[in-house]
Design a protein around this ligand. Structure first.
Ligand code: GRF
Length: 211
């Protein structure tokens, strides 16, 4: 069975492009819709070029977060996805929204969580002089970037790195990490049941390293 997924984006959509490619190759999941909160997000064109239906729910045209999320939730629900993938979606989602789609939302975050939740992760990694940086794919809970981490990918931090060079070296690895996790979820190899993560029916006590 092919898992129907909806992808939420805010910008470039390079992770979306990686998801589209993987869906074509493996056919374990199908992207049934893409939603952007920004009408000018270049990722919308990537979806349209792949004949994937798109919607824009512009957060600036709603009086408050609650109304924005209501509209967003309705658009998502209309496609009946079994998984919602945040791929560069730059809005924080409230507990109410997360509960509505409990256990069905994952996010790609550009740090080795629990290090550096939130924004400007590459700058903060450099400021903290960490030797290893990376990206994580985690289930979304009401706590910002705080849900259980399924898998991570790592990059070494070089003495010459800038935030831009670090981001550029990490991005191609995100493009492997995110589709890999979505594929595992689609095949039921990864499951999050009663607060516990499983991989191939074994409890996952630490994130899987994807290289
Ligand atoms: C990625 O680095 C992702 O980890 C972060 O935002 C960026 C989105 O890039 N959440 P793109 O829109 O997928 O190209």
């Amino acid at each position: 069975m092919t898992l129907p997924i909806v992808v939420l984006i805010s910008g470039r959509g390079s992770n979306l492009a990686a998801l589209i490619e993987c869906a074509k190759r493996n056919q374990h999941y199908a992207i049934v819709g893409v939603i952007s909160n920004r009408p000018d997000a270049p990722g919308l064109k990537r979806a349209a070029d792949a004949n994937i239906p798109t919607q824009t729910v512009d957060h600036t045209s709603f009086p408050n977060r609650e109304r924005f999320e209501q509209a967003l939730a309705e658009k998502i629900a209309a496609w009946s996805p079994q998984l919602i993938v945040l791929a560069g979606f730059m809005r924080v989602l409230s507990a109410t929204f997360v509960q509505r789609f409990a256990g069905q939302i994952i996010n790609v975050h550009p740090s080795l969580l629990p290090d550096f939740p939130g924004l400007n992760t590459h700058e903060r990694a450099l400021d903290s002089a960490v030797k290893l940086h990376g990206a994580s794919v985690h289930y979304v809970t009401a706590e910002l970037d705080g849900g259980p981490v399924v898998a991570q990918t790592r990059v070494e931090v070089l003495a010459t790195d800038t935030a831009a060079s670090l981001a550029a070296r990490l991005l191609p690895k995100e493009h492997i990490l995110l589709p890999t996790v979505v594929d595992w979820i689609a095949q039921r190899r990864v499951e999050w049941k009663q607060g516990t993560l499983f991989f191939d029916d074994q409890i996952l006590s630490q994130p899987i390293l994807v290289s």
